[in-house]
Write a protein that binds this ligand. Structure first.
Ligand SMILES: [Zn+2]
Length: 559
């Protein structure tokens, strides 16, 4: 019996705090590939509760609101008081998170209402009408993976030497002529919570890497082991990819959860903390991100996103944990002609997934990506796959499907559609167990819940718009607060502990317990959001008693 959790029209107000149109459905990836494809997938599982979240596009509310932190912090008060037109509705987020203290380097994001064209518009922020505290004008520009439209004032306001107390910020958007004010409070710096008063950047060197950490955090406590693990993982990745590091890799250990626990850019950033509610493992995340680092250095004219991520998942042996990629991907299928409810019906057609990978349902996309790379390497071998992968040329249309199609023709004498057909045939030969299906289903539900929590109660952490900064510049400026400080309201701590517990059940295969824990978590999240008056009357969870595979499929975002 299937149940489906559907959130309808929920982001009307939530859109203020989570400007993402991305569906909230999430799952985890499966692990690296070793599947002996011999027996047909046996559809034997009665599904309990696929947790899907269909999310309508966020809408612009007519409310003249600046979005305060989701759970109003006792220390930071944002009081919107529009002085002119109430529309459109902009959202302002301050950093560091949770509370501001005199002495902070304060940043703010002025987030545009969804689907509003603000090209040519600029934002100016004026603090207390002081000439020296006039910031901007700054243009709106895309931010994060999502490309959210906002004006980002990074470390704009140096509050060193300022008195604690209220400050009035006046925002103006020109030439549109929107203006509004809000008041924020700077707290007494001596009230900072541990470990921040003594936290500083530190750096340690291992064979592979320069590891940046913040003193007084769990990373410093476990530094010796982390350095050894960094060397081991890097050595393994170099062997897998048959390459060498020519210069050390910078790794920044974050004392808070950002995204799903890891990012790669010029360097690698990895969350490392005891209450890691994303359930990520240092070695696993580092392996994934290190593949990205070496992969980008090896280059290629066009590396399609699905193959970039698929390669990282495949070489890591899974997405967030070691996993059997092909059988887990097969669990996504709704097996044709099979009337008994077997698979999940969550398989995403390859072409749209290739063209628009990141906005697609996260764990399903990564699982399919890893399984596809696994399948291709089994079929043609590592060397042939790499020759193909590094030889993909951009297509004039910009289509990654077309680019892959041409390279597939050249290297393997097949087209893109044929590749998908072969992949599907392979998936249908996989021995899918009830455990695979349960694990995929609850993994999706877990990460769905995680992102729902982040979007609403820890928005700086939401991966599509994470508050991820230039670690080197933070070190040079001596700024730790953006990473050390995070939402610490009792509700945050409770919900994060519930996530940790659900993940603990999931990871040991205790699916019934994991399911109950996730249900409790969702109920608590609903309760907290309603209490914070964020969800409003549009928050509506329904749990249909039965859902056809087609209906489930339709609920997938970004299909
Ligand atoms: Zn990745």
């Amino acid at each position: 019996m299937r149940r489906l959790w559907v959130i309808l029209a929920a982001l009307l107000l939530l859109g203020l705090t989570s400007c993402s149109a991305v569906g909230l459905l999430r799952g985890t990836d499966t692990g690296g590939g070793n599947s002996a494809a011999t027996t047909p997938a046996s559809p034997t599982v009665a599904l309990a509760t696929p947790t899907l979240t269909a999310t309508p596009s966020p809408q612009v509310t007519a409310t003249p609101s600046i979005t305060p932190t989701p759970i109003p912090s006792p220390t930071l008060t944002v009081e919107p008081s529009p002085t002119s037109s109430p529309e459109p509705t902009f959202t302002v987020r301050f950093h560091p998170d949770y509370a501001l203290y005199a002495g902070d380097q304060v940043s703010w994001e002025v987030i545009a209402p969804a689907q509003t064209d603000l090209s040519g518009q600029t934002v100016t922020v004026w603090v207390d009408g002081q000439a020296e505290n006039l910031f901007g004008p700054l243009e709106f520009s895309p931010f994060g993976i999502q490309g959210r439209t906002q004006a980002t004032f990074t470390w704009a306001w140096d509050t060193s030497g300022l008195e604690p107390g209220p400050y009035i910020l006046t925002y103006s958007v020109e030439p549109l002529g929107y203006e509004w004010e809000e008041t924020l409070f700077l707290q007494l710096r001596s009230d900072l919570l541990a470990p921040e008063p003594y936290a500083r950047w530190g750096v340690a060197e291992s064979n592979c890497c320069l590891v940046y950490y913040i003193t007084g955090t769990e990373a410093e406590r476990d530094l010796d082991r982390l350095l050894d693990q960094a060397d081991e993982v890097t050595q393994a990745v170099m062997e897998q990819m048959d390459t060498q590091l020519e210069e050390p890799v910078n790794i920044t250990l974050l004392p808070r959860v950002l995204g799903h626990g890891g990012f790669a850019g010029d360097g690698i950033s990895i969350s490392y903390l005891d209450r890691n509610y994303a359930g990520s493992y240092f070695e696993m995340v580092l392996h994934h991100e290190m593949v990205h680092m070496l992969d980008s250095r090896l280059g290629g004219e066009l590396r399609p996103t699905i193959l970039v991520e698929g390669l990282a998942v495949y070489l890591s042996g899974g997405h967030f944990k070691p996993e059997e990629l092909l059988p887990r991907a097969a669990a996504l299928l709704w097996l044709p002609g099979d009337d008994s409810e077997s698979g999940l019906g969550w398989y995403q057609e390859l072409a749209p997934l290739v063209e628009n990978f990141y906005p697609a349902q996260h764990e399903i996309g990564y699982l399919q990506a890893g399984a596809l790379v696994d399948f291709m390497i089994r079929t043609w071998g590592w060397d042939a796959f790499v020759s193909f992968y590094r030889d993909i040329q951009p297509h004039p249309s910009g289509s990654q499907v077309q680019a892959m199609d041409a390279a597939l023709q050249k290297h393997f004498q097949i087209g893109f559609d044929e590749l998908e057909q072969m992949f599907l045939d392979e998936l249908r030969r996989q021995p899918v167990t009830p455990e695979h299906i349960q694990d995929v289903r609850l993994t999706v539900a877990f990460y769905d819940s995680l992102r729902r929590y982040q979007q609403n109660l820890d928005p700086s952490a939401y991966f599509m718009t994470a508050w991820l900064l230039d670690s080197r510049e933070m070190q040079e400026r001596g700024i730790v607060a953006d990473y050390v400080r995070r939402p610490m309201a009792p509700e945050n701590i409770l919900l994060e502990e519930m996530l940790v517990e659900a993940h603990r059940h999931l990871i040991r295969g205790a699916y019934s317990e994991a399911e109950l824990a996730l249900e409790d978590l969702q109920a608590k999240l609903d309760e907290v959001l309603l209490a914070a008056n964020l969800a409003g009357e549009t928050m509506l969870w329904s749990i249909p008693s039965q859902t056809s595979p087609d209906a489930m499929y339709d609920l997938l975002p970004e299909r």
